[in-house]
Write a protein of this length. Structure first.
Length: 101
């Protein structure tokens, strides 16, 4: 009985997570009104300024944290790398572990 309950909980958890997954970016590889698609460097920049643009986006509709007119994987990699630089990226845990020894 306990195993069945755990199995049902796991299935419900995965169903809830799948329901939160984003849909496809229909503007992928399309050009912005200025004629360009954001690449790695723009993704890196957008990742670096994401905390600031997030706060601004709460109060205005004209600012977004993510450029939808992008080239796909390289933009996403740059964005995540920029976010990791700003948010610490997990290096803080390694540093604190070393200092305890």
């Amino acid at each position: 009985m306990k195993t069945a309950f755990i199995l049902v909980c796991v299935v419900l958890m995965f169903a809830a997570l799948a329901g939160c997954a984003p849909g496809p970016n229909e503007l992928l590889n399309s050009r912005a009104p200025n004629g360009s698609a954001a690449g790695f460097w723009m993704g890196l920049w957008n990742g670096l300024i994401a905390p600031i643009t997030f706060v601004i986006s709460l109060f205005t509709r004209n600012v977004q944290m993510y450029e939808v007119h992008n080239n796909g994987g390289w933009y996403n990699f740059g964005f995540l790398l920029g976010m990791a630089v700003v948010l610490g990226g997990g290096g803080g845990g390694a540093a604190s572990r070393r200092s305890r020894k």
